[in-house]
Design a protein around this ligand. Structure first.
Ligand SMILES: Nc1ncnc2c1ncn2[C@@H]1O[C@H](COP(=O)(O)OP(=O)(O)OP(=O)(O)O)[C@@H](O)[C@H]1O
Length: 261
């Protein structure tokens, strides 16, 4: 029998003047008899970097599908900056930008066309969309590729376009599902650095799902999801203190009763 993980409080602060960017409360989801999420609760602070840490099959993508309304939650609640996703879906969804695990760009359209299409879905005027697209492409170092077909870009560049596109409508919460998987070290570093800079300089709230623990930093809120259950949430320091360990991989191993790899 694996040991019960130590009880660590979730990070939603009811006294906070600004609602959490994302509050997930008692959320469950299954596929037939398979339970993918089991009564999960946690909160993402209104600004800053939150890492959703979990191995394959933890339930990260299922959670993202519920937050983005690809699936409808039948139990529990999801609130985005205080807006209940079931009661106020339009207002809630307008505040989030999403980079899904699987690439969703049209390879045969140019970068600019992909951005324009996405802006249209958000109801943006073409002139606003154009200006915002160039602003975000500039920021992420791809303005000079705006008129090239996505097919001609590297994997890392395509990911950067997806991040620029997710920010077009100025969301306050950015969700990224395993955004660096399959990329080389340099591309990973570039994307992580860019998103962390956005957090710091634009006050963006980020939920970054990954199994790569070396992407975590000291001030991050780490949410540990394992086999559909929330095992802990807090900074690396608090997770280490609660488990009597010295590193995040050791804390994760202790919390999930797994060997460190
Ligand atoms: N459409 C589906 N039908 C049936 N089972 C599913 C479906 N999607 C996910 N699952 C199951 O739900 C559980 C959680 O999967 P999920 O994809 O959410 O995990 P994950 O943390 O995103 O993993 P990965 O990092 O491998 O993508 C797994 O057991 C998975 O097999």
């Amino acid at each position: 029998m694996p040991a019960e993980p130590p009880s660590i409080p979730v990070t939603d602060d009811p006294a906070a003047p600004v609602p959490a960017a994302l509050a997930v409360e008692d959320l469950s989801h299954g596929f037939g008899k398979r339970v993918a999420l089991d009564r999960v609760s946690f909160a993402v602070p209104p600004a800053g970097f939150t890492m959703l840490l979990g191995l394959n099959g933890a339930g990260k993508t299922t959670l993202f599908s519920l937050i983005t309304r690809l699936y409808t939650n039948r139990t529990g609640a999801i609130r985005i900056f205080g807006f209940d996703l079931r009661r106020h879906p339009t207002r809630a969804l307008a505040r989030i930008g999403v980079v899904f695990q699987q690439p969703t760009l049209d390879l045969d359209l140019s970068v600019r066309q992909n951005m324009r299409y996405h802006g249209g879905l958000h109801g943006m005027r073409p002139s606003d969309c154009e200006a915002r697209a160039m602003e975000e492409l500039e920021r992420i170092g791809l303005a000079d590729r705006a008129d090239e077909k996505v097919r001609t870009l590297s994997g890392g560049q395509r990911r950067r376009v997806e991040i620029a596109r997710a920010l077009l409508h100025r969301p306050s919460l950015l969700l990224l599902d395993e955004p660096t998987v399959g990329l080389d070290v340099e591309a990973r570093r570039h994307i992580l650095h860019h998103v962390r800079t956005l957090c710091r300089e634009q006050g963006l709230a980020v939920l970054w799902a990954t199994h790569l623990m070396d992407e975590a930093e000291a001030d991050d809120t780490i949410v540990v999801l394992h086999q559909g259950r929330l095992h802990a949430a807090g900074t690396i320091r608090s997770l280490c203190a609660a488990t009597g360990t010295a590193t995040l991989p050791d804390a994760f191993a202790s919390l999930t009763s797994r060997e460190v790899r």
